[in-house]
Ligand binder design. Structure first.
Ligand code: SF4
Length: 215
């Protein structure tokens, strides 16, 4: 099965039009800055909480210069509900300040994005994919796990998985991979007790085939 067909089958197993919080922010806000800040807010936080916090925050501080000048306590109150909200308030103000120092524009390359404080490879790739619409595959724990279970990758680190996924999927499909894999990982291929009984990927799945042989 090729990558496009795989994405199609996984997507069909999800609710129609369902999107992750980051895909939603990318579509609604059309702002790389909003995607960047939302990605930081989303760490270890449920999607609903991320969306609510992002909405409150951007209704008050929309631009890097606004957030850079914001008072930390107010920002913390606005994003209350996301995990580690006090630390994240500090972190997103620091990101905004650094963007302002560099001219006020969010960079659109992975290397420049990763120079910003608190921005790692996954966050940078989220900004490229959802903020700029540039082909990129952000790899979080869901994407890493499912790629390895399916057998697309046999890797230890997200970086290695990203490289394998880039080989497997057509470049024009890269932008869809994160959204579909993350939702598929929440609804079907869960970390513990994956719902293989209702999964359309059993014929393709290395994990399922190996488990069946050993049962
Ligand atoms: S068959 Fe099971 S392990 Fe494989 S992708 Fe589906 S849910 Fe995940």
């Amino acid at each position: 099965m090729d990558g496009r067909e795989m994405l199609r089958m996984m997507k069909n197993a999800l609710a129609e039009g369902e999107k992750t919080a980051l895909a939603e922010v990318g579509e609604k806000e059309r702002s790389p800055f909003a995607v960047l800040i939302s990605t930081v807010l989303s760490h270890r936080t449920r999607d609903e909480k991320t969306s609510e916090a992002a909405k409150r925050l951007f209704s008050r501080f929309r631009e890097p210069k606004d957030l850079a000048a914001a008072e930390e306590g107010e920002v913390a109150e606005l994003i209350r509900g996301v995990g580690f909200y006090r630390n994240k308030a500090k972190a997103i103000i620091a990101i905004a300040k650094e963007i302002v120092r560099r001219g006020g524009v969010v960079p659109n390359t992975i290397s420049e994005l990763m120079e910003l404080p608190s921005v790692g490879r996954k966050t940078a790739n989220c900004v490229l994919a959802y903020g700029f619409g540039i082909e990129a595959i952000p790899v979080d724990t869901h994407v890493h796990r499912i790629a390895n279970r399916l057998g697309i990758a046999k890797t230890k680190t997200p970086e290695e998985t990203e490289a394998e996924l880039e080989k497997f999927f057509e470049k024009e499909d890269w932008g869809e991979v994160n959204n579909i894999f993350v939702l598929f990982g929440k609804r079907i291929c869960r970390p513990i007790s994956p719902k293989c009984k209702i999964c359309p990927m059993t014929d393709e799945c290395r994990y399922f085939q190996e488990k069946r042989r050993s049962d």
